[in-house]
Design a protein around this ligand. Sequence first.
Ligand code: SF4
Length: 501
Amino acid sequence: MDTTTRPAPIRPTQPKVGIVSLGCPKALVDSERIITRLRAEGYQIAPDYSGADLVLVNTCGFLDSARDESLEAIGEAIEANGKVIVTGCLGAEPDVIEKAHPKVLAITGPHQYEAVMDAVHTHLTPPHNPHLDLVPEAGLRLTPRHYAYLKISEGCNNRCSFCIIPKLRGDLVSRPIHHVLTEAEQLVKAGVKELLVISQDTSAYGLDVRYKPETWRGTEYETRFLDLAKGLGSLGVWTRMHYVYPYPHVDAVIPMMAEGLITPYLDIPFQHASANVLKAMKRPAKQDKVLERIQQWRRDVPELAIRSTFIVGFPGETEEDFEILLDFIREAKIDRAGCFQYENVAHADSRTLPDHVPDEVKEDRWHRFMQVQAEVSAARAKAQVGTVQDVIVDGADEEPGIMIARTKADAPDVDAVVYLDNATHLRPGDIVPAKITGADDYTFTRRLPERASAHQPSALRPGADPSASPSCGYRLRVSLARPVRAGRRDKVERVHIRTPG
Ligand code: SF4
């Protein structure tokens, strides 16, 4: 267990709160903030239901399946503990929760930290001495010590027709850039080697505050994507940009990747490539010239890795639209991809669109998509064999003597991994050069997201599972990227769940 997430010794007199964190990395960051507040006020974080005086369930409500999972988790917590407060995305629909679980003590919506704390105070008397346990300056985290999610904004100004995130989380609210950079600096001081920038639309950062300038370390930075990259790039750690849209201004960050200031990795949730489907989806970035832009990026930064997510079987998607999508992933050479069959989410505008695609057609297209993506990814992986790359160590494999690491092309939990032989002297967070000696074929599996056997309070797991539903929460189909291998090993089963942004 990571020291930053280890609960302080339980003192019998201190009230104890258990946390169950479901959903995407943005929800995980919300849970981290709540835990930090709780600890700062002297509450203890309980290791299990029976040790908790009260359980807080941070829910996901993006897809019907995620809502069901959240309701199930609430029921489990009520049965095991009895005192339950609910927060998070599903909290935006209190009637749904109250109907299923009338015994819930209180319900608050996403990122309503004050309301959550008020509810905790009401149902569990605050401790007398709030300073029994000091909280690290960088706050308490649910990820391993060597990487951290950095949330730069809440909400979204886009209105993609399949997505209910703006209804749940509201419009874009950017955090002031000097606050974000200060938090990043504190994380780095606390031992973080890799920052993962998250939001609903990272490239739109600052739009709501008209790119307001702020001062950090004596230098003026505008609240915008490029200045954010400049500030983070000065911290000397890996910085990975997630949920970036291919707006022209993203081009300006590519030279920073070439200079090694920003990790050459872009997570761009394209969702589709056909103009007809993108229009029906009401996607924010036009697909015009996207291929040309990607090709130019690759010329400037040959090691650039692009991750994306796609939806097949969107209402109105024709066979021709689908072929356009397949051509796109072949030509763009998307390195990592998640693919999801369209799901008719409650309250989504796309429900009313004409020409819904039959399930069997969605299923067939999903298989065809994954087959083509498998070929593209396999070719990309094989091209890396023989190269020497810096890898960041995540921890020991189950197989003795093997350490698991990642290249710059791989984000934690959702991408490929590297297996290092004879590297047990290394520690999580170490960054070392490794020669890639082999690459497994890219293969995939399809499984519904596994339910944890129990929703153990996540502060007590060695890092919550942010792969459970990153980004907007699509979580019905999963892609399994086979690892680039630096050593011998034949088979690895890891389920990576990706979601659109
Ligand atoms: S899919 Fe992403 S960009 Fe589109 S509305 Fe939802 S959160 Fe915003």
